[in-house]
Ligand binder design. Structure first.
Ligand SMILES: [Zn+2]
Length: 92
């Protein structure tokens, strides 16, 4: 099955087990088993979504509380809202 879907687009490490929609909006990518289990989202999709909502210095007040439950993956580990916002401030 992984040959069919390629590599997980969240961690870019594990084999993908399927294609699924982001919980943030109408965008889909390949997920591996561990990232699905973790509920992690592609960092690229998260940052792109945040950039459509508000600039980094206003993002904390601009998103709904449930958005802050988002998890992603960077530099070999899963990261939560606070670290995602730091990446957003630095990279977007
Ligand atoms: Zn993964």
């Amino acid at each position: 099955m992984s040959e069919r879907y390629g590599t997980c687009e969240v961690c870019n490490k594990e084999p993908a087990v399927g294609i699924a929609s982001s919980g943030l909006g109408p965008c889909s990518c390949a997920f591996g088993a561990e990232c699905l289990k973790q509920g992690a989202e592609s960092l690229g999709i998260v940052l792109a979504t945040l950039s459509c909502i508000a600039p980094a210095d206003q993002i904390e007040k601009a998103v709904a509380p449930w958005v802050k439950e988002v998890k992603s993956y960077k530099d070999g580990r899963y990261i939560g809202w606070a670290e995602i916002v730091e990446v957003y401030k630095q990279e977007v």
